[in-house]
Design a protein around this ligand. Structure first.
Ligand SMILES: C[S@@+](CC[C@H](N)C(=O)[O-])C[C@H]1O[C@@H](n2cnc3c(N)ncnc32)[C@H](O)[C@@H]1O
Length: 157
């Protein structure tokens, strides 16, 4: 299975980038993982919130193929436990999902067409995090999910 995370902008905090790479490098080798960082909008200050979301949305949708299974990261989405998330990943593999795509919004969230394209909305917490933090927390949970599936002593219940 291919797993892609789509984020808005570079990971600008060095500490977050280092931790992200740590978890990305630990993902199982049978997973073809990639992180797509959509370049930050150049003239963001001159654009309204709606215009920013529209432009980001167009960029996000251009990276998604028709057959991809798309999970929209959103604090109002379904909130699985780590065990349930691991089971979800197993189910996607059993269903032969080829491309599992997680999308993290920009500072103002998503434009409506992105929500409409999503197959599912997933939350990490009822609280709102920065989009920079969410890429790290999500990647750690993907690693944790595979650790659970592989019976590694990383997750403890
Ligand atoms: C700063 S938040 C934007 C929040 C904004 N209020 C909105 O309308 O979505 C940036 C992005 O981080 C992700 N995000 C933030 N908190 C999250 C959470 N608790 N669970 C899942 N994703 C989250 C979402 O993808 C969101 O679009």
């Amino acid at each position: 299975m291919n797993i892609t995370t789509i984020c808005i902008g570079k990971t600008d905090e060095k500490a977050i980038e280092l931790l992200l790479q740590k978890y990305e490098n630990r993902l199982p080798s049978h997973i073809n993982y990639q992180r797509i960082e959509i370049p930050d909008l150049k003239n963001r200050k001159n654009l309204s919130e709606i215009q920013q979301k529209q432009k980001e949305g167009e960029q996000i949708l251009s990276k998604i193929q028709n057959t991809d299974f798309v999970i929209i990261m959103d604090e109002k989405g379904k909130q699985p436990t780590s065990m349930q998330f691991a089971q979800d990943i197993q189910n996607y593999m059993n269903q032969s999902v080829k491309n599992l795509v997680f999308v993290i919004g920009g500072p103002y969230g998503f434009d409506e067409p992105v929500y409409q394209r999503g197959n599912k909305k997933m939350s990490l917490s009822n609280m709102t995090f920065t989009h920079q933090m969410v890429r790290l927390f999500l990647t750690e949970q993907i690693y944790r999910g595979f650790s659970i599936l592989q019976g590694k002593p990383y997750h403890h219940e």
